[in-house]
Write a protein that binds this ligand. Structure first.
Ligand SMILES: N[C@@H](CCC(=O)N[C@@H](CS)C(=O)NCC(=O)O)C(=O)O
Length: 250
């Protein structure tokens, strides 16, 4: 199986984590933002990653589909969804509620910091993408910034709203966890926990992660303060615990 990704993408991390959690082997093909369009189209996807091309030639071009594909092939003790219908629906609802808007808003905030950081941010953006993509991203950084800020609507006003929304979602998750439950729902790790942890990742910079992310000490001051704020939040701490305890394969 082939998984096409943008290395730092949290939607791609969601797919990688699900596949690895259930023990499915895959080869990851990483590309940088914008350079991903051609390989993705050639593989039968649309515009976005992750795209999974299965050994049967099926093309799954959405991270939620990939999580469900992984679950359907999981050994019983690694299932990501409960089999009982009401419990399963709850996991699906929590997942869906975090894939968006949290995933969209956390990415917006992260890219704002990324572009204010400038070219040094490319140091953790590149992963295993082909060298020519990494060189071109460096040379064309201002173009990359202009394109991504426009495409993802990253500006002072949207970023401020994104931060407000992310804080509200983190507070909602804190309220859900207030009874000291170990997971967002049920008594075992599910796709709900995996998805929330991934969608929070642009604000918590977890390790382990499918591609190495910088630690707060290596970030510019404003980014460090942002990451420290979200890491210290009980929902942020929960998401980091999910990575620490359940992302062993990375
Ligand atoms: N609904 C999609 C969203 C994936 C998504 O937004 N991927 C981003 C990377 S974080 C992407 O490929 N963006 C490039 C584009 O849309 O052109 C999923 O969950 O797979």
């Amino acid at each position: 199986m082939r998984l096409l990704t943008i290395p730092i993408s949290h939607y791609c991390e969601r797919a990688r984590w699900a596949l690895e959690h259930v023990g499915l082997d895959y080869v990851e093909e990483q590309h940088l933002q914008m350079f991903h369009y051609r390989p993705v189209r050639r593989s039968g996807g649309g515009k976005s990653v992750p795209v999974l091309v299965t050994d049967d030639g099926d093309v799954l071009d959405d991270s939620s589909e990939i999580v469900r594909y992984a679950d359907a092939r999981a050994p019983k003790d690694r299932r990501l969804y409960p089999t009982e219908p009401t419990a399963r629906d709850e996991v699906l609802a929590i997942e869906h509620a975090h894939a968006s808007p949290l995933g969209v808003e956390s990415r917006r905030v992260m890219y704002d910091h990324f572009f204010r950081w400038g070219r040094p941010a490319l140091g953790f953006n590149g992963g295993q993408a082909p060298r020519h993509e990494r060189v071109l991203a460096w040379l064309a950084f201002p173009l990359f910034e202009r394109y991504a800020r426009g495409y993802l609507e990253v500006n002072a006003s949207t970023v401020s709203t994104a931060l407000e929304r992310a804080r509200r979602i983190f507070d909602d998750v804190e309220a859900r966890l207030a009874d000291d439950r170990p997971f967002l729902t049920g008594d075992r790790f599910t796709a709900a926990d995996l998805t929330f942890a991934c969608m929070a990742a642009p604000l918590t910079a977890p390790a382990p992660y499918g591609t190495p992310l910088p630690s707060p000490g290596d970030m510019p001051e404003a980014t460090r303060l942002l990451i420290e704020e979200f890491r210290a939040h009980p929902a942020g701490a929960f998401s980091l615990r999910m990575f620490a305890e359940h992302r062993s394969a990375a």
